[in-house]
Design a protein around this ligand. Structure first.
Ligand code: SAM
Length: 279
């Protein structure tokens, strides 16, 4: 997968070089290019923003800068052709070039343009799974009051545009949102996590939050690990984990339980655990 990020703070994306993502770069599974939006400015001040039409506080990012930037990043032309790709923080082996013309499963080879914005559709594990199957994701990091809306209407000819929100709060810029989304997506790419089961059993994969986890020592500060986890009986352990997941989800995210009920995804045993938690 190739990730392109367009931002006025390229150094903000440096964490993508580390840990699991750095290892994915190192192994040629992931390729990351961070583009400085100011490469597409034409004035001496390298201005990327201007006052809003209609008045009001704050500044809006200019279409005359974002438009050419998105054109070049889609085609890997202009400043985007020579952008330095992120090197893994691990000892480096250069990765192969990515085929940007490879078609998506439905024959549409336009890359996805991800636009982080509080006004977007909520980003979720389902979104992450969908994007993990993409060949290429391009992220447009807004700052100030955001980006002139015409940029995205226009970009729809070259990209499949998705406006997404991390949650019901307002960040200062899109960079942190990109770090969050990139982690959630990249860890789902086959081969990135050492053990495939690690994400198959994570929260949200089956519509539930994951229950508690324990490691050695068996007794710590007089607190014992639940007996069932020491039993070696895998069926019993699986059932206990599901029970814990049901109870935790009902306590903190009851709407997730309601969704599973509507989908008919709970069996009699699940319902009895929810009716009498702790029994
Ligand atoms: N004026 C915008 C509004 O009220 O919807 C907020 C702009 S915010 C200060 C600047 C940038 O931060 C946005 O363009 C977006 O890239 C990013 N951002 C802020 N909150 C976000 C959220 N909840 N999810 C995703 N991105 C967010």
């Amino acid at each position: 997968m190739r990730l392109d990020v367009i931002t006025i703070f390229p150094e903000y994306l440096d964490p993508l070089r580390h840990a699991l993502l750095g290892r994915a770069i190192e192994r040629g599974i992931l390729d990351v290019a961070v583009h400085d939006l100011r490469s597409w400015t034409h004035d001496v001040h390298k201005a990327v923003d201007d006052t809003p039409y209609g008045g009001g506080p704050g500044m809006v990012m200019k279409p005359t800068v974002w438009g050419p930037a998105l054109d070049d990043v889609a085609a890997l032309s202009g400043p985007a052709a020579t952008v330095r790709r992120l090197e893994s923080a691990q000892p480096h082996v250069p990765s192969d070039a990515v085929d940007i013309g490879k078609a998506h499963a439905d024959g549409d080879n336009r890359p996805v343009l991800v636009v982080p914005t509080p006004a977007g559709a909520p980003f979720s594990q389902d979104t992450a799974e969908r994007w993990a199957a993409e060949e290429r994701l391009v992220f447009a990091c807004g700052r100030y009051e955001g980006i002139d809306q015409r940029v995205f209407d226009d970009a729809a000819t070259r990209y499949r545009v998705e406006e997404v929100s991390l949650g019901d709060y307002v960040l200062i810029g899109g960079e942190v949102a990109v770090l969050v989304m990139a982690e959630a997506v990249v860890r789902l790419i086959p081969g990135v996590l050492g053990n495939r089961r690690s994400h198959e059993e994570d929260s949200f994969q089956d519509g539930l939050l994951e229950g508690p986890s324990y490691t050695k020592p068996r007794i710590w500060r007089e607190r014992e690990v639940p007996e069932v986890l020491l039993s070696g009986d895998h069926a019993k352990v699986d059932r206990w984990r599901r029970d814990q997941a049901l109870v935790r989800t009902a306590a903190t995210r009851p709407e997730l339980i309601e969704a599973l009920q509507r989908e008919g995804a709970l069996d009699d045993r699940d319902r009895s655990v929810l009716d009498a938690p702790g029994e």
